[in-house]
Design a protein around this ligand. Structure first.
Ligand code: HEM
Length: 444
């Protein structure tokens, strides 16, 4: 890896810009193999144009390290225009520099071990409730159900709202999510236009929740309670406008990505019953013990399985950055003002890091294999100063969900369904994952 600020002597990366303004945007949104095909043609670095922006794609663990360790120096986070407009400028994902660092510190309190411990009973409770509900349906299209499940968990733990998926907030949320990665034409009939209207509706709902909470005698110990009470270094509290944007971001991040992750777990276990059996064997040792951070940590095989799920089907495919200072990577110039995409999905498919990368193999995460792997070769949660702040929350929820289901239920993939993955906004099976779901016989 090499980086320098005197980059103008180096050539631009290979690649085509495509159509005027739109560039290759339509291909990018519609073809899951967009990056793969161009990397095959051009190598680890290529250029293109997306939504009017000249953009460089980088692949590989060295490229990830280069991008993720130079945030604020050469690069700065930059989401697509639709995402920016729908998230709101006061959300952590869009804040930069000192304010980003301050807010991260503040929000991180909601994901410390003490806070996580407090989340476990509600996560277990909601998981049990959904297990019973699915059992009574027997044949079900699981993905929409899983969306409701993770939204209920996020609403409860982040804002105190019960069964959020059944409230107006839940309905507005779904339409809003659909526009997050779209072309930002603001007409009533476009995905983006509908999402914009629903952002306003969502903010009204979130405002009601915040105002209610502020008028309660105690503000509570969940994430919203923490954010309402939090003070920055100068003793100022977050404004109502910022509270709304931050809550909306956390609800989104805590829901969309996790739905994809647990849906992939369900799918991959349906396709690899022998691995599910090994997960169950490990669970035998924990059947009499409560789920705590400590017991969950001891489920090491389940941990490997979940890591492999996030390798093979990472919910977030990569991250956009804008170039603050010209620099150079592997002999190519990276000009100031351009956009850049670091890639999680392509890194996790790198043959050098993961031989036979399409194969689902939890042994890749045995301690010996992990020790040998390049640090930036496994990045489902990104890295550097913008690494996912909810990483431990996500891992906790995935583990509770997976352990509970493996212990108590069987599921079989129904025939005649399309299991290909739709990738936007996060990967999920095209036909919604149809399964036969039933309780397991009581264990001796
Ligand atoms: C399996 C689940 C999840 C995955 C795969 C995931 C992945 C990621 C990735 C890759 C990033 C970095 C994006 C970048 O580099 O531009 C990120 C950022 C973020 N994630 Fe997650 N995430 C997950 C769950 C969560 C949860 C549960 C929360 C909160 C409840 C959360 C909150 C955030 C926030 C606020 C950021 C922005 C951080 C910043 O810009 O400083 N994520 N996530």
């Amino acid at each position: 890896m090499s980086a320098t600020q005197t980059s103008a002597n180096f050539p631009l990366p290979p690649g085509e810009y495509g159509l005027p303004f739109l560039g290759e945007t339509l291909n990018f949104f519609s073809d899951p193999q967009f990056a793969q095909k161009r990397h095959d043609q051009y190598g680890a670095v290529f250029k293109t144009r997306l939504l009017g922006q000249r953009t460089i794609f980088l692949r590989g663990s060295e490229a990830n390290q280069f991008v993720l360790t130079h945030e604020n120096q050469f690069f700065q986070v930059s989401w697509p225009p639709s995402t920016k407009m729908l998230l709101g400028k006061l959300s952590l994902a869009l804040q930069t520099g000192d304010i980003h660092q301050q807010r991260r510190k503040l929000l991180a309190q909601a994901f410390m071990p003490r806070a996580l411990t407090g989340y476990i009973p509600a996560m277990v409770d909601i998981t049990q409730r959904y297990g019973q509900r699915w059992q009574s349906q027997e044949n079900l299209t699981w993905y929409p159900e899983l969306r409701n499940y993770t939204l209920d968990v996020a609403c409860k733990l982040l804002t105190g709202l019960d069964q959020g998926s059944q409230t107006p907030l839940g309905q507005f949320f779904e339409v809003w999510c659909e526009g997050l990665f779209s072309i930002p034409f603001p007409f009533p009939w476009t995905r983006f236009g509908r999402a914009k209207v629903n952002r306003d509706r969502l903010l009204q709902e979130v405002e009601k929740i915040i105002l209610q909470r502020q008028s309660d005698d105690t503000v509570g110990n969940d994430t919203l309670g923490l954010l309402i009470q939090a003070e920055d270094e100068t003793g100022n509290r977050l404004s109502l406008e910022e509270l709304k944007d931050q809550v909306l971001l956390l609800l989104f991040a805590g829901h969309e990505t996790l739905t994809s992750a647990i849906a992939s777990f369900c799918l991959l276990m349906g396709q690899h019953p022998q691995i599910l059996e090994k997960v169950r064997d490990e669970q035998q040792a924990f059947l009499d013990q409560p789920m705590t951070l400590d017991t969950l940590k001891q489920m090491t095989y389940l941990d490997q399985v979940l890591r492999e799920v996030l390798r093979l089907v990472p919910p977030v495919g990569g991250g956009f950055r804008t170039v603050l200072e010209p620099c150079e990577f592997n002999g190519y110039q990276i000009p100031k003002g351009w956009n850049l995409l670091y890639q999680i999905g392509s890194t996790h498919q790198d043959q050098q890091l993961y031989p036979d990368p399409e194969r689902f193999d939890p042994d890749r995460f045995s301690p010996a294999q992990v020790a040998e792997r390049a640090k930036y070769g496994y990045i489902p949660f990104g890295g550097g100063i913008r690494e996912c702040i909810g990483k431990e929350f996500a891992r906790l929820e995935m583990k509770i969900f997976a352990a509970h289901l493996a212990r108590h239920y069987d599921w079989m993939l129904l025939p005649d369904q399309n299991l290909d993955l739709v990738t936007i906004p996060t990967p999920h099976p095209r036909d919604g994952l149809k399964v036969k779901f039933k309780p397991r016989p009581a264990q001796p």
